[in-house]
Design a protein around this ligand. Structure first.
Ligand SMILES: Nc1nc2c(ncn2[C@@H]2O[C@H](COP(=O)(O)OP(=O)(O)O)[C@@H](O)[C@H]2O)c(=O)[nH]1
Ligand SMILES: [Mg+2]
Length: 333
């Protein structure tokens, strides 16, 4: 299949092609960048929902139920699950074709668990790239599920338009969440597993913490939704809360602002990555091994060596010939 065909099939929601495009991104194939450049102008229509929280809180269960809810309302949903602690299995959605026909067309759901090889930072970038592909393919909602334990995972939900943090009634969970920086990123909270004892206390404790936050007119005050996701309780309320947040963003023109900020962050990240790649490609030019020896034997500070490397890199860039070829200037170090 040629590139034009591949691309038009992708835009037509051809799942096989979408899956292949995502694999290119995941495996860092050279085609990936070309695809991402092309999909960009077709993306921006989907609404992106982030869902995070501690392992086992019920994120995947909620994702499943929420996806069903949207499907039943005639919407299409793509799920990107980045959770090394419990990979998304698709649960009732994937496992049971008969039930699938109850809830909507099979074409309207796409599920992707992202592998965890490589760095988490890299994975985060890939998850966002994947969201772009699915956005261009025309899914109405993109749900990004990630376990809320590290910075990279939090970065993934920052790529969402609305983010929910899922907690469970166990004592101290809300305090833990605050420590982990989850409070800052939550547009609203879900206290799941409210079939368990002490759920009311947990909700109250969380409410107390939330009341301490400063706010003005433009601040969206996060609500707390109680849920028993495995029994499909609280899911409609979650969908409503997403809608309420979306309406708020639109009212104050915050969605565009959020997306501009996101674009800015991404450009910076991509530039940094490309610069780093370019720099280390020149390893032989600044003869890294020699510099390390120099640092060690002559007791020259790694900071001094780093400056030398950067200066050589800059010099080298300015001395590239018209064909973009690097002149060897290793003698200058
Ligand atoms: N008691 C109870 N268990 C639930 C509820 N929702 C999910 N679970 C269970 O909690 C476990 C972890 O759920 P999962 O969705 O995989 O959590 P995740 O790691 O946050 O994605 C599973 O065994 C679910 O069946 C609930 O509302 N109540
Ligand atoms: Mg999960």
């Amino acid at each position: 299949m040629d590139a034009t065909n591949f691309f038009s099939e992708l835009l037509k929601k051809n799942k096989r092609i979408i899956a292949r495009a995502i694999s290119y991104v995941e495996s860092e194939y050279p085609q990936a960048e070309e695809i991402l450049k092309k999909v960009h102008q077709h993306s921006g229509k989907a609404y992106r929902i982030g869902i995070t929280g501690p392992p086992g809180a019920g994120k995947s269960t909620i994702t499943n139920q929420l996806a069903k809810h949207y499907l039943q309302n005639g919407k299409s949903v793509a799920i990107i699950a980045v959770d090394p602690t419990s990979p998304f299995t698709g649960g009732a959605l994937l496992g049971d074709r008969v039930r699938m026909s109850d809830i909507g067309k099979v074409e309207n759901i796409f599920i992707r668990s992202m592998a965890t090889r490589g760095s988490l930072g890299g994975l985060c970038k890939k998850a966002i790239d994947t969201a772009d592909i699915l956005d261009a393919a025309g899914y109405d909602y993109i749900i990004l599920e990630t376990v809320g334990v590290g910075q990279s995972e939090l970065d993934i939900v920052k790529a969402a338009d609305t983010t929910m943090v899922v907690l469970v009634p166990e004592s101290g969970d809300s305090v833990q969440a605050m420590k982990a920086g989850l409070m800052e990123i939550a547009d609203f909270f879900v206290v799941n597993k409210c079939d368990r004892p002490a759920s009311e206390q947990a909700v109250n404790a969380l409410r107390t913490i939330l009341m301490l936050r400063n706010h003005d007119e433009k601040t969206f005050l996060p609500e707390i939704v109680k849920a028993v996701a495995q029994d499909n309780l609280g899911i409609k309320e979650i969908a409503l809360e997403i809608k309420r947040h979306q309406t708020h963003l639109n009212k104050f023109d915050l969605l565009t602002k959020k997306r501009i900020q996101r674009t800015k962050d991404r450009i910076k990240e991509i530039v940094e990555e490309k610069l780093t790649q370019e720099l280390w490609k020149q390893e032989n030019v600044f003869s890294f091994e020699q510099l390390i020896e120099k640092s060690f034997e002559q007791k020259i500070s790694p900071y001094t060596i780093a400056d030398e490397i950067l200066n050589t890199f800059k010099l080298n860039l300015s001395q590239k010939d018209d064909n973009g070829n690097t002149k060897s200037i290793s003698s200058s170090v």
